[in-house]
Structures are given as structure tokens and as C-alpha cells.
Ligand binder design. Structure first.
Ligand code: NAP
Length: 294
């Protein structure tokens, strides 16, 4: 029997409904939740991501502003802008869209956003809180979204063997930090794999939960998956597709059709993790507004 599909679009809508209710309650108290997106340059993927986030924020009643800076903007100018946004009490969330041009140090920029406005969860204080199991910080949206997908589709993590392929700062590492906590819906045994790992299939075949977050199209094949396992596909890859008007299509890190025949549960891609990333960003923004007005 093919694996059950974990419908990220439907679960994200559920989260959005909860966020909209939270926004309505804040507005009833005279608080207008607000987020500011900053984009540097005209990277087409970044433009699309920011415009999608902006649209969803407005739909939920969150005020959303987008500031676009020229590709050549000096780092100091971006840091000065962030300082102004940090000081503005009407703004609850700040998101600096990555990737940034190469002359700008990404970690410096992330560390300049005030931790209590860091709805992306990339500030070192929030990263540290996540590792310590301190729930007062913000969690990075993509791994937090994957966690919610698992919780809301009944995937048992306690004592489970989890293999994560990819140790990136945005997905793999924080994903590991979330699932290894001594806490409900966590308590997993984690194997974090990367490009220097030996015999990756030997590890993934042991996994009850396999999370692919490396950015290599169709890397995870059916023979790498334990029968009945839950497979989560985080990757976003462009593959050439002459049939598409754009000349390419987006696909994940998992060979979906073949893996579906072996797995117990699986996320489609697109339509799995992607919508959850935006849902967690909106939830973090509503929470930032609530935290600013206890
Ligand atoms: P990243 O920082 O570039 O990390 C990629 C990781 O994959 C690295 O740890 C790298 O190993 C590992 N890797 C690369 N090739 C490998 C191979 N052949 N075998 C084993 N490991 C390999 O990427 P990221 O920012 O974490 O993102 C990961 C993927 O998730 C990307 O496709 C990205 O587009 C996608 N993503 C999706 C969403 C969403 O909303 N759906 C959000 C964020 C990211 P080394 O460390 O050894 O180099």
C-alpha cells in the first residue's frame, strides 16, 4: 500500500486559522501585529518568497512592509536600517531575506536583528535557546514547520531513530536540536548526516523518520528507506523541464513516487514543508506581537 500523504497545505491552513484568531484577539486589545521584510537585490527566488510572505501576512491581518535595497548597498547601511527597525515599537517582526549579496556577512546581519523581533529564529540567542530547550525564543521556521507536520499527522518521535540528511544552519542543525529535546513530541535518537558521512544509506535504512534537507534532487531513493518509515522532503531543487514555460520545475530531495511505495508516510514536494515554513513565520510574528504586549 502506498504511503499516506502528509498534506502540508492543509496543515498550514490549520496553523493559519489559529494565527488569524490570535491576530484578531490582539487587534481587539488595540495591538496591530506588524512584520517588516528586507530584501537586498533582485534575486528572483527571494522576490517570490518575500511577495508570498507579504501576501499571507496581509491575508491574516498582519501589517506587512517590504523594504528593497539595491544589490550594492553597503553592509553598514543594512545594519543601520535594522537598528531603526529594532527601535520602532510598532514593528514586532523583522525578516532579512537570505541569500544576501556576497559582500554582506549573513551572520553579522542575523545577529543585529533584536532577538525578540527575530521571527526567522536565526539570532544566536534564539539558536542557543533552542539548543538549551528554552521555549521563550523563536525557532527557525522550516524545522519548526516540519516538527508541526509530524505532530499534527501523528508521527511518534519518542525513542524513534531519526536520520537527517543535511547539517545546514537553516534546516538540518536546528531540526536535530528540536527533535533531541527531552520534551513531548521530541525525545528522538538523531543521526545527522552530511557530505562527509560514510555510507549514508546504511544510516537512513535504520531510520523510522527520514528527513531530507540537502538540496540534491531525488537523492533519497527507495532502497535508502526502511519500509513503513516517515519521509519528510525539505529540499527545493530546480530541474530542467522543457515542457514548463519557465524551462524548469521545482522538485525535492526525495524520489517521491518510488519512495512512496516503501514509506509509511511521506510529504509531497511541493505541497509539504514549503507551506509550513510560511505558516510558522506568521505564527512567530503573532507571538512576537503578543510578547511585546504582555
Ligand atoms: P545548506 O546550508 O546548503 O546545507 C546543505 C547540507 O546538505 C550540508 O550540510 C551539506 O553537507 C549536505 N549535503 C550536500 N550534498 C550532500 C550529499 N551529496 N550527501 C550528503 N549531504 C550532502 O542548505 P539548507 O539551507 O539547510 O537547505 C537544505 C535544503 O532545504 C535546500 O534544498 C533548501 O532549498 C531547502 N529549504 C527548503 C525550505 C522550505 O521552506 N521548503 C526552507 C529552507 C530550505 P556539508 O555540510 O558537508 O557541506
Amino acid at each position: 500500500m502506498p504511503a499516506e500523504i502528509i498534506d502540508g497545505t492543509a496543515i498550514a491552513e490549520e496553523v493559519h486559522r489559529e494565527t488569524a484568531a490570535r491576530v484578531t484577539a490582539l487587534k481587539a486589545r488595540g495591538i496591530q501585529p506588524a512584520v517588516t521584510f528586507v530584501r537586498v537585490g533582485e534575486d528572483p527566488a527571494s522576490r517570490a518568497y518575500v511577495s508570498r510572505k507579504h501576501k499571507k501576512a496581509e491575508e491574516l491581518g498582519i501589517r506587512s512592509d517590504t523594504i528593497v535595497l539595491d544589490e550594492k548597498t553597503p553592509e553598514a547601511e543594512l545594519l543601520a536600517l535594522i537598528a531603526r527597525l529594532n527601535a520602532d515599537p510598532a514593528i514586532h517582526g523583522i525578516l532579512i531575506q537570505a541569500p544576501l549579496p556576497s559582500h554582506i556577512r549573513e551572520q553579522t546581519v542575523f545577529a543585529t536583528v533584536a532577538p525578540h523581533k527575530d521571527v526567522d529564529g536565526f539570532h544566536p540567542v534564539n539558536v542557543g535557546k533552542l539548543l538549551l530547550g528554552d521555549d521563550s525564543g523563536f525557532r527557525p521556521c522550516t524545522p519548526a514547520g516540519v516538527h508541526h507536520l509530524m505532530i499534527r499527522s501523528g508521527v511518534e518521535t519518542r525513542g524513534a531513530e531519526v536520520a537527517i540528511v543535511g547539517r545546514g544552519n537553516i534546516v538540518g542543525k536546528p531540526m536535530a536540536a528540536i527533535l533531541l529535546q527531552k520534551a513531548p513530541h521530541c525525545d528522538a535518537t538523531i543521526t545527522l548526516l552530511h557530505s562527509r558521512s560514510r555510507d549514508i544509506p546504511a544510516h537512513t535504512r535504520r531510520a523510522d523518520i527520514l528527513i531530507a534537507a540537502l538540496g540534491k534532487a531525488h537523492f533519497v531513493t527507495a532502497d535508502m528507506v526502511k519500509p513503513g518509515a516517515c519521509v519528510i522532503d525539505v529540499g527545493v531543487n530546480r530541474v530542467a523541464d522543457p515542457a514548463s514555460p519557465r524551462g524548469y520545475r521545482l522538485t525535492g530531495d526525495v524520489d517521491f513516487e518510488k519512495v512512496r511505495a516503501v514509506a509509511g508516510k511521506i510529504t509531497p514536494n511541493p505541497g509539504g514543508v514549503g507551506p509550513m515554513t510560511i505558516a510558522m513565520l506568521m505564527a512567530n510574528t503573532a507571538r512576537a506581537a503578543a510578547m511585546a504586549h504582555p
